[in-house]
Design a protein around this ligand. Sequence first.
Ligand code: ASP
Length: 426
Amino acid sequence: MNKKHTHTLTFRIIAGMALGLLLGILLNSIGVSGWVDTWLVNGILDVGGRIFISLLKLLVVPLVFVSLVVGTASLEDVGKVGRLGVKTLALYLSTTAIAIILAISMGVLVQPGKGLDLVANQTYEPKAAPPLSDIFVNIIPSNPIRALADGEMLQIIFFAIFFGIALAMSKKKGERLLHLFQDLDHIIMQMVMILIQFAPYGVFFLIAKVFAQQGFSAVLPLAKYFFLTLAVLILHWLVVYPTLLKLIAGLNPFTFFRKFKGVPVFAFSTSSSNATIPVTLENVITKLGVSNSVASFTVPLGATINMDGTAIMQGVATVFIAQVYNVDISLSGYAMVVITATLASIGTAGVPGVGLITLAMVLRQVNLPVEGIALIIGVDRLLDMARTVVNVTGDATVSCIVAKSEGQIDLGIYNSPIKSSDTETV
Ligand code: ASP
């Protein structure tokens, strides 16, 4: 295959995004109403986008369960599972804490809400965020079949690891089933590859709809908040992750971003780390060389509990709302925000808009009015897209760092040039 074909798929996906963006902005500027609204925006674009998300989501549960069973069963001893778990959790929590500290510091420095006379013109009905204690108890499924049916990610992860450990301990008796799971894993990965081929269209539909409905008019009054959040997201994305990759794992960050570049487009257009799991997992294994056992554990876990981008939004939003309402937050108050937002990130599901719901939990910790959320709701859809990119990049970064420390990364694959077969994947 010649060079011209090398980036075809990634190029087509990015082209789909650019065209979607153009169409969306165009539609928004001429006004979305009448048949444009009924047939185009809430018709073709909506249906196309929803079909694509459903296709991605349909693979999440079988993929996570099967690949995690295979991954755990192939770790030689149970002690490794525990070590992997502790390491991964520690890294996920620390990257989130770094993210929120960065966000608060920038918020205090730039003061995006200072002097703004914004009255919340929409009332915000806070939805109940789950109490933290429930999150921990609920990790253990009382009925694993229901957990699978409901797509309860933490419960699925728990059950798959438990099952995988037992499968490994069964030695000879478990061999047949292990082979069956390995075959299933292969087949589901093939399904991911097939699906990825439709990504240019899916991305086009999703992006065109969001921008047709959103436009940029909501951004103007909140420009300082919007651009500050965006700037911190970019800082974390392009400075913190590369630094961690280089310093802790000695991995070349440029190679990481070159290989990973297709995945952020999925995160951006779906606004869901969860729906992006199949693509992240496929990329981390085939492009970045992380072993199946580490990737199948770290990626789904990260998509569920690691939300650095969301924590950044919550940090800037807290400072912003405090400034608009003229409330002073003490140093210990900020420390509370760091702790709560880091823990809230565990309870934030990787689906669109949930970060705003768990923000209520953070605001309550420092006695800020939850109605303050109404101030920022208008620009949240756009920020959600950007923060989901950071969320999934954080998952892949930690996956690589953990894999490197466990000797579970194939540096030959990580450092290899992008092959022509990559036309099939992103
Ligand atoms: N949309 C984000 C994600 O899926 C979560 C959020 O911040 O709302 O990662």
